[in-house]
Ligand binder design. Sequence first.
Ligand code: F0G
Length: 429
Amino acid sequence: MKFRTTRPDSWQVCLTCSHELTELDPRTRCPACGGLLEVRHRPPTLSGAELIERFTDRRGQRPGAAASGVWRFREIVLPSAGEVVSHPEGNTPLLHRDALDRWTGADRLLLKHEGHNPTGSFKDRGMTVGVTQARRVGATAVACASTGNTSASLAAYAAHAGIPGLVLVPADQVALGKLAQTLAYGARTLLVRGDFDACLALVEEASRHLGVYLLNSINPFRIEGQKTIVFELLQQLGWDPPDWIVLPAGNLGNTAAFGKALLEAHRWGLISRLPRLAAVQAAGAAPFARSFSEDFETRYTVRAETVATAIRIGDPASFERAVHAIRETEGVVLAVSDAEILEAKAAVDACGVGCEPASAASVAGVRDLVRRGLMAPDEHAVAVLTGHVLKDPGILLTYHRDTEPPPAGANRPIEIDATLSEIERVLKR
Ligand code: F0G
């Protein structure tokens, strides 16, 4: 199908064969060829300056959806959305810590901390749009495969919308905080004997055969919501873009969303130049970095293994979208080792900011870019921290309390008798 008359506000298009679907078509892959879909919008009727004024007016409003750091940008997210399922979400801080400038070698590194979202990860931005869309298409149930954060977010937003939620997660590979949240918010939780890639294949099959609405980031409405990480950080910087935006990469939905957001912000007059994207994978789960090193000639699949369970993904679903994002922004893709991720995480945690392991990959990535001379120290970089420190308490206790011999940054708890002299003894040490 192709629209031949006046275009609606928004529609969906297959990135492989250009087949077009209406905005409310609930299928999450192209019915003609199985390719990935993208949401397209007619250019806003307002100018860039008028849009900026409107977004500024809405900032900090409460209560209601205009207070959301996602729906504040509704004209360039989902203009026809109407009533939305919003927590609200977004409005996450941009942080600076001298200690991380020293650790990375960048002069003024800013951290966009998405762990400050309602369920503790950036997934809430895609999920508010995804669950809003689920309601619009009359979904009777929603489902996803997840390494833990998407499932926690789906569970919370499905509960808010009153739609049953089903999640598939790899058994024994989900961080404790994420599994606990998913159970608490009430999603039906299936522990699959297999990895994330197996969970995703299975949930796609289930959505085709059982009619549940799929809310993984292959669903293009999730991508629309995740674009607002970029819109919001640009707004926080007065629409003066940084030189680099650095983010962890797993299934590549976020990399795709960042590229789309930047290209749209540029096309629609919100920014006058494009930052470069740097997508950072864990070395044991780095099929995208390998493809990048060969100019994306081959799409690789690996058996993924990393301490950063959130990005333990061997066959990223949004591969083509992310290739486009990297190419169009003159971006780079890199891989950092688990040791570098843990070192970066210890540095982020120790300055009182804190993040989950996968998030620290972006900070490790900044150090790597500076060391390799790809990023000049005085270039302005924003690293995205995707999840909260409490998402993965297990890894914290292993690192600080249980590892023998203690790693350099370990902060051992000390058990004492309940006496003042014991405290004195510890302070003198
Ligand atoms: N950081 C965190 C904390 C994540 O949870 C994820 C993905 C990523 C980075 C990577 O983003 O997949 O868009 O490239 N987590 C998914 C999940 C897979 O199920 O929660 P991506």
